[in-house]
Design a binder for this molecule. Structure first.
Ligand SMILES: [Zn+2]
Ligand SMILES: [Zn+2]
Ligand SMILES: [Zn+2]
Length: 358
């Protein structure tokens, strides 16, 4: 399965979300692999048994983000997107990071600048062509001709960048085709420094989402269990995994495990009872009602103003809501500015732009 579409249907009058769509891979769905399902289960037991206030996942299923827990056997924690280094190394790295340790006169830095300068006028022209194309009816003949121009200038842009790089390489006597070639020794100095200053093993950005301590197995996921999972070492036999998983489960406090089990069983009975079925059917009916009205898809209604002038007001989102929430006037002004820049660039390059409209 490769369905990744995420979305939700919203009741326009109440703003209430009535249906959510999410695609596998996902530990919660039946497509979830054994590894993901075990991790999900472990997370479920911990949350039900030890941290009931942490319940309530969203796209990843109720327990899908992973629990935040650690004992002598394993560690599990959710994928915190905004996690930062807490061992101090990132702070120390900052002074190296911007240019990877290279000085101003290093080929890698001069080359980056030369490529940027060479690209600039073409960028201006391409920006205008894209803007113009986007004003035209979708898939029209004119669109095609603008698109051809965009492709042609993109090609010229790449050629200009490559030429700027080759010229500089010749001038500085740098062989090979590497734009990042270091001629100042900075990259080597930086690599050595990094080797000597690794993040602490328990630095927040180094911790995997699952860490089995006895053999060091580490698993990471993106947002929820099962999504973009990476494991180190990369393979494990089913038997090994089975033993490992059971050891993790057995390492949890027994009363927590039995509490989780009792709760899950009770909910399972509940979820098969007549009341649950009735609620499910009512939910389905509501969902069909909303889905059959096209204007009901999209974000919840809210008053929005033009992103640029902050004055013009828009109604609730609809098919005719302008792109980027920008009013006609502001869009026209922006277009004119983009065009002026493109014309100036064309003059500099001695090019006549032969797209006449828009
Ligand atoms: Zn760190
Ligand atoms: Zn360098
Ligand atoms: Zn405006």
């Amino acid at each position: 399965m490769s369905v990744n579409t995420l979305g939700h249907a919203v009741n326009q009058s109440t703003g209430e979300t009535v249906a959510q769509f999410f695609g596998p891979p996902n530990a919660f769905s039946n497509e979830g692999d054994v590894l993901s399902r075990c991790l999900y289960h472990l997370s479920e037991v911990i949350i039900r048994g030890i941290q009931p206030d942490k319940r309530g996942g969203f796209l990843g299923g109720e327990f899908g983000y992973g629990a935040d827990y650690e004992n002598d056997v394993f560690l599990m924690h959710p994928d915190y997107q905004d996690v930062e280094c807490d061992c101090g190394v990132s702070k120390l790295r900052e002074r190296w990071d911007r240019h990877g340790g290279c000085v101003k006169t290093c080929f890698s830095r001069l080359c980056l600048k030369a490529r940027k300068d060479a690209e600039k006028p073409y960028r201006a022209i391409i920006d205008w062509l894209c803007w113009g194309r986007n004003q035209l009816p979708w898939l029209s003949k004119e669109t095609e001709s603008w698109q051809r121009q965009i492709e042609s200038f993109s090609k010229q842009e790449r050629a200009a960048e490559a030429k700027a790089q080759a010229d500089l390489a010749k001038q500085m006597g740098v062989g090979g085709g590497d734009a990042w070639a270091c001629t100042c020794g900075g990259k080597e100095r930086w690599a050595k420094w990094r080797e000597l200053h690794p993040h602490a093993e328990r630095c927040a950005i180094m911790l995997p989402n699952f860490w089995y301590k006895p053999n060091g197995l580490r698993i990471t996921w993106y947002k929820w269990i099962g999504r973009d999972m990476k494991m180190k070492p990369a393979t494990i036999s089913g038997e090994e995994w089975g033993n490992l998983f059971h050891e993790c489960l057995n390492s949890l406090p027994p009363d927590a495990v039995s509490k989780a089990k009792t709760e899950a069983e009770a909910e399972h009975v509940e979820s098969n009872g007549p009341e649950y079925k009735e609620a499910q059917q009512a939910g389905m009916a509501r969902m069909m009602e909303v889905l059959s009205a096209p204007e009901s898809h999209g974000a919840p209604p809210e008053k929005r103003v033009c992103n640029t002038c902050k004055k013009v007001e828009f109604g609730p989102p609809s098919w005719s809501t302008p792109l980027f929430w920008e009013c006609d006037d502001c869009q026209k002004k922006r277009g004119a500015a983009i065009k002026r820049k493109a014309m100036k660039a064309a003059r500099e390059l001695g090019i006549v732009l032969n797209v006449v409209t828009a």
